[in-house]
Design a protein around this ligand. Structure first.
Ligand code: FPP
Ligand code: MG
Length: 330
């Protein structure tokens, strides 16, 4: 079995294990979409019904089930529906910011209905996401999700402020992806650990797990944007490059090469020949492999936390889930 098959196999196993909770949270999101006022109903239903990977929910459910006891399916599904709705809201807004035409293989909300509708629909989805957990008895859950929503925005703003800055440091890059991506995965892991009934020490450790997983996840995403290892992305490649975002492979290139030639190429990256030339240069300088090694080091750190959880088949599956993540193709 090759690595990418292993990824699909692990995801399928994980999904199967948490299928009832996934189905319930999907149903909750669809109900919210269908109960929305006119003008929002059909548009949000389209977004909610797009096939997504649901990796955030899977992480939450696996952690919530990782101490061997059966948990309250409804509470788990509500927390996951909140996470996914928040994620979808942020993607609707992100596609406006990045001028992305496609999401999950279909027209993005703003390219279908315009920026005004997309901004408002994203706002509505953000509000609905928090309503899912309004009555959650453990107040740490809504608090953590509200915090994640704020951090997502802060990460995205930092990314915009740092765009085209070829002096971006490794620490600044990590700060961007911690905010825009890892913060929500921290919240998923935290909510999962809380729902599993773990003590505060393990809840805190789970946040570390989410952080490292989230950082690795975004680094892989940034490599995929160059088309490296990508398959059925459901979105266009080279968008980061064309938006002037200096992600890890490029940052690594700038650390060891003169800047001027590459800066000029980046200015013309909307031309696909130039974009492909940039990819060749990064390949020759080993930047994709080095970026992947950084992602793997974070996946390793995420897996280390699992040693503090009870050892059982779910824990093993989580470990496989982290290992396989480096090989994801979309
Ligand atoms: C995708 O990154 C974007 C995110 C992970 C977060 C976006 C967050 C916001 C727009 C802030 C608004 C937040 C709320 C709460 C509504 P990417 O552009 O690198 O990935 P992509 O290639 O999938 O677009
Ligand atoms: Mg984007």
């Amino acid at each position: 079995m090759n690595f990418s098959d292993k990824y699909q196999d692990v995801i399928n196993q994980a999904r199967k294990l948490v299928q009832p909770a996934l189905d319930l949270s999907d149903r909750m999101m669809r109900e919210v979409a269908e109960r929305s006022p006119s003008g929002l109903r059909e548009r949000i239903t389209q977004v909610v019904e797009r096939p997504g990977k649901r990796l955030r929910s899977i992480l939450l459910f696996l952690l919530a089930s990782s101490n061997g006891e059966t948990r309250d399916l409804k509470r788990m599904a509500r927390a996951a529906a909140s996470v996914e709705m928040l994620h979808l809201a942020s993607l609707v807004h992100d596609d406006v910011i990045d001028s992305s035409e496609f999401r999950r293989g279909l027209s993005s909300m703003h390219s279908a209905f315009g920026n005004k509708i997309a901004v408002l629909a994203g706002d509505y989805m953000l509000a609905q996401s928090l309503i899912f957990v309004l009555e959650e008895e453990d107040r740490r859950i809504p608090q953590s999700l509200a915090k994640a929503a704020s951090l997502l925005v802060a990460g995205e703003i930092l990314e915009i402020d740092l765009a085209r800055n070829t002096d971006i440091s490794f620490e600044e890059y990590i700060r961007v992806i911690e905010g825009k991506t890892a913060s929500l995965l921290v919240s998923c892991a935290k909510c999962g650990a809380i729902l599993a009934g773990y003590n505060s020490e393990i809840v805190e450790e789970s946040e570390k797990l989410g952080l490292h997983f989230g950082i690795a996840f975004q680094i892989i995403d940034d490599i995929l944007d160059y088309g490296i290892g990508a398959e059925s992305l459901g979105k266009k490649k080279f968008e980061d490059l064309q938006n002037g975002l200096i992600t890890l492979p490029m940052l690594l290139y700038f650390q060891k090469n003169p800047k001027e030639e590459m800066e000029n190429l980046i200015k013309n990256a909307y031309d696909s020949h130039i974009a492909n030339l940039i990819v060749e240069k990064l390949k020759n300088a080993n930047c994709f492999e080095e970026a992947k090694a950084v992602a793997c080091s974070h996946l390793f750190k995420a897996a280390e936390v699992l040693e503090k959880l009870p050892s059982n088949p779910i824990n093993t599956l989580l470990k496989d889930f982290f290992e396989a993540m480096a090989e994801r193709r979309n």
